[in-house]
Every structure is written in structure tokens, then in C-alpha cells.
Design a protein around this ligand. Structure first.
Ligand SMILES: [Zn+2]
Length: 272
């Protein structure tokens, strides 16, 4: 397969607002005395909770797989991260697959008589830190930036109640997210729709754990998108603060989708 040449990158920034308490599990290795049973993941320098890019990306991928009717085929399960994902089985299948094009796939183990193939990742999802504004508001909580709730888990075998303390970031918390979308060919601009679609699907699902108890409802807002072409990288013209967003005032996933063709035209390749 030819190595694709980059045409440019779309930088997408915005705010994730937690509409309900958010629990994205952290490491229990450092359990302190008096610590909660299920702590949230925290940045080790600032001690502030954050949303790992891998959590958001994994949720986007699995919801898009379901929406597009892709059956999980690969068991990438480890004890720590049990996960089954869809990966295409042939280059022909891959050409038509939004999921593997957007999220990329590692080199395949070819069947007899076939060449190995892979697909570069188009979507990069960065870790999303708490906004400074919200962090200041949450500093005075019992645990810094979070609250603790008792949840009663019922043991499925013995039916015994097993109350556990679940740490969560309270409703109203806001995080700064950033996505980078690599454009290798004109058709990739069309695929960007499915990234926005995945964000909408996450809004109607949940992030993190305990979603069945109402945790983890989020919305994406104040979204801004910028286009940096290959030439912009060559000339250093890549500071998005100096550029106009290509999505104007359409700043939610659904508003961007509804106005997608106009936004796409602002990018000076392909249809423009
Ligand atoms: Zn696929």
C-alpha cells in the first residue's frame, strides 16, 4: 500500500460538560488509608481529575461500530482492559469502512495469498483536563475536585449487598477537549461527518463507569474547528488563535452535522 501524504489537519477544540456525575476509574494501586473504593483518574502533577483521550476515543469507536453495524472481530483483551473491537479483514472491506479509516488499524496478519495491509489513524483524541475556572470552583470539595457517593452493588451470586464508595466528578464540571483529524485524501473530509456523529452518539450514551446508574452523561459544546494545510505546516502558519474557525457559530456536534457541507467548503481542497 502506498504511504499516504498528508493534505492537512483539522484541529477541533471545545468543552465537555458533565451533565451528571462522572466516574472514570483511576488506579487503585495507590490506595491511601481512608481512600475511596473506586477513585477517579487524576493527573499526577495537578492532582485534578481528567478525561483520558483513550476513554473518549474508545467510546466514540465502539458507538460508531454499533451505529454502522460492524461486528467486533478482534479480541484485544488484556486482563486490565477487556476490549473487543472491529477490524476489517480485507483491503476491499477497509476501503468502505468509516470506522477503520477514522480510527486506523494495525498491520493485518495476512491470510494465504494476501498481502498485509494497514490504515493510518486519522483521529487523535487528547486527554481532556478540567478547565481552570471549574477547578477553582471544585477545590473546596471533600476530596479535591470530586465527591464521594455510596453505591450498593449486589453480588450476582450471593445476592448480598456490597456497598462501595464511588468517587465522581460532580455534575456541571467542564473539561477542555481537543481532537486532531488528519486528512490524507479528499474523501477524508466527508468521513469527518462520522466523527461528529460519534460525538452525538456519546452524548446519548455515557462516559466512564456506572452509566446504568445515570453517571457519565456529557455534552460537547463551544466547539471550534480550524484547518491547517500541509503548506501551513511548511510556512509555520499553524497557530489556531490567529485563524478563523471553519465552523463559524455551529458549535455543537449536531449543528456542525446539519451545516456540514458549508463547513467543508471552507477547506480549500476537493469540493472547493
Ligand atoms: Zn473496518
Amino acid at each position: 500500500m502506498e504511504t499516504p501524504r498528508l493534505l492537512g489537519k483539522i484541529i477541533i477544540k471545545g468543552i465537555i460538560e458533565a451533565k451528571t456525575g462522572l466516574h472514570i476509574g483511576g488506579s487503585q494501586v495507590k490506595l491511601e488509608i481512608g481512600g475511596v473504593d473506586l477513585p477517579v483518574v487524576r493527573d499526577s502533577l495537578s492532582n485534578r481529575p481528567y478525561i483520558p483521550g483513550s476513554s473518549l476515543k474508545g467510546k466514540m469507536r465502539s458507538l460508531l461500530e454499533k451505529a454502522k453495524g460492524k461486528t467486533p472481530t478482534e479480541n484485544l483483551a488484556t486482563e486490565e482492559h477487556p476490549i473487543r473491537i472491529h477490524l476489517c479483514k480485507s483491503p476491499e472491506e477497509l476501503q468502505k469502512c468509516e470506522v477503520c479509516k477514522i480510527f486506523g488499524m494495525p498491520s493485518s496478519s495476512p491470510e494465504k495469498g494476501q498481502k498485509a495491509f494497514n490504515e493510518p489513524t486519522r483521529l487523535i483524541v487528547r486527554d481532556a483536563p478540567l478547565t481552570d475556572e471549574i477547578a477553582v470552583e471544585l477545590e473546596g470539595l471533600e476530596l479535591p475536585y470530586s465527591e464521594v457517593k455510596w453505591e450498593n452493588a449486589i453480588d450476582r451470586i450471593t445476592s448480598a449487598a456490597n456497598p462501595r464508595q464511588v468517587e465522581r466528578v460532580p455534575a456541571g464540571a467542564e473539561f477542555e477537549f481537543e481532537l486532531v483529524y488528519n486528512v490524507f485524501e479528499e474523501a477524508d473530509l466527508e468521513l469527518l461527518k462520522h466523527v461528529c456523529e460519534a460525538l452525538s452518539l456519546v452524548e446519548h450514551d455515557y462516559l466512564g463507569g456506572h452509566g446504568s446508574r445515570g453517571y457519565g452523561q456529557v455534552v460537547f459544546k463551544d466547539i471550534k474547528m480550524w484547518w491547517n494545510s500541509r503548506e501551513d505546516y511548511e510556512s509555520g502558519n499553524i497557530d489556531v488563535a490567529e485563524k478563523s474557525p471553519i465552523n463559524e457559530d455551529y458549535n455543537t456536534p449536531s449543528a456542525i452535522l446539519k451545516n456540514f457541507d458549508g463547513i467543508r467548503e471552507k477547506i480549500g481542497i476537493g469540493g472547493a
